[in-house]
Design a protein around this ligand. Structure first.
Ligand code: F6R
Length: 359
């Protein structure tokens, strides 16, 4: 039920802090220890490479998962678009382990890959919001998102829940493997910080609504730019804006702009820069200067510790591998308000279905 909300999308954006708390309650015991089936951890530990397979927003959550798995557990990880993998699989490592990210658990493109994985006899995990969904039943293991039903076609709380579950899983794996990184990656308390930072971000919604009106009300195109983990978020942010507001939006690695795409920047082109990654912040800042010099109207979404005077959206600081959970929130809100202000049915964008059961 939408309650006082005009659209589910805003309700679901607002629910994200509560989903983080729900995940803490579901995956940690009272003593704060992470609870994940040891058989799953053993099978993942036996693997020499992880393959994350997904579509759309779930694929974007997988890109952040790669950062987590590689940086915390040191397991090489590849992320694949399901529809590409299905009929042109990459050369597999000798001991692959497959992770299917799917909110609905019904996406035909992802299921096609899982069918092949089962034929090959490799172990697999489905991370899904829907217990007993097809991909949950057909994989060797399931982890649930506990995000509650997601009604709006554009995925919001499932994306952040997927990243949080990936973080919880990396923590469990690091502990299981007795890695040094396990102790320093205190996911349970980090998720409390994340929930608070998300809340602060959703509480700024009227400020974001004004930015949407000032920068995006009539534009035909827009760019999101970022580097490293901020690039992963930039492409999800771009998908959100394009699917609900029909603004043609590209998510771009900011350093790559000057290799061609910067030719598209004109007087008034909106460019939204995401800056939470310390190692690349200065470089992204200089890319921002390059687009400003060509007339772009720039919005910056910046982590507190990297903020400078003039930044429009400043986020509370969280663990560097968890910044996507917070930096996506203003981008979700920008998409929401741009769509609503243009008079569209935010929850049911044209040409789209909530679960895509054809290939
Ligand atoms: C975008 C969106 C889609 C889905 C994609 C995969 O907002 O919702 O891109 O993420 O269709 O769906 P699931 O996660 O159900 O497999």
């Amino acid at each position: 039920d939408k309650g006082a909300y005009e659209f589910y999308m805003l309700k679901e954006i607002d629910e994200q802090p509560a989903v983080m708390h729900k995940l803490q309650a579901e995956y940690f015991d009272e003593a704060g220890n992470v609870q994940i089936d040891e058989k799953l951890l053993a099978e993942m530990t036996a693997a020499d490479r992880l393959y994350i397979v997904a579509a759309g927003t779930s694929y974007h959550a997988g890109l952040v998962g790669k950062e987590l798995f590689e940086k915390i557990t040191r397991i090489p990880t590849e992320v694949h678009v399901a529809s590409e993998f299905a009929y042109n699989p990459p050369l597999l490592a000798p001991k692959p382990f497959f992770i299917f990210l799917t909110q609905s658990g019904e996406t035909a493109d992802s299921r096609e890959v899982l069918k092949q994985v089962n034929k090959w006899g490799y172990p697999s995990l489905t991370i899904t919001n829907v217990p007993n969904s097809t991909l949950s039943r057909e994989a060797s293991h399931t982890l649930l998102l506990y995000a509650g039903p997601e009604i709006a076609v554009a995925s919001t709380k499932a994306y952040t829940a997927q990243i949080a579950v990936e973080a919880i899983l990396t923590k469990a794996l690091a502990e299981y493997q007795e890695l040094e990184t396990a102790a320093s990656f205190d996911v349970k308390s980090e998720l409390t910080k994340v929930a608070n930072a998300m809340q602060t971000a959703v509480d700024q919604k009227h400020q974001v609504e004004k930015l949407a009106a000032d920068y995006l009300a009539t534009t035909r195109n827009a760019f999101y730019i970022g580097r490293a983990i901020d690039y992963d978020v930039a492409i999800e942010a771009a998908l959100k804006l394009k699917e609900v507001s029909y603004v043609q939006t590209e998510g771009f690695a900011s350093g790559e702009l000057k290799h061609g795409t910067i030719a598209l920047i004109e007087e008034g082109t909106p460019v939204i820069a995401i800056i939470t990654n310390k190692a690349t912040a200065a470089h992204t800042r200089s890319n921002v200067q390059e687009v400003i010099a060509r007339g772009a109207n720039v919005i910056t979404i910046v982590a507190g510790e990297l903020a400078q005077p003039g930044d429009q959206i400043v986020l509370e600081d969280v663990h560097p591998l968890l910044t996507p959970l917070v930096s996506i929130v203003p981008a979700q809100l920008l998409a929401y308000y741009t769509s609503k202000n243009r008079g569209y049915d935010v929850d049911k964008p044209r040409n789209l279905a909530k679960s895509v059961t054809v290939e």
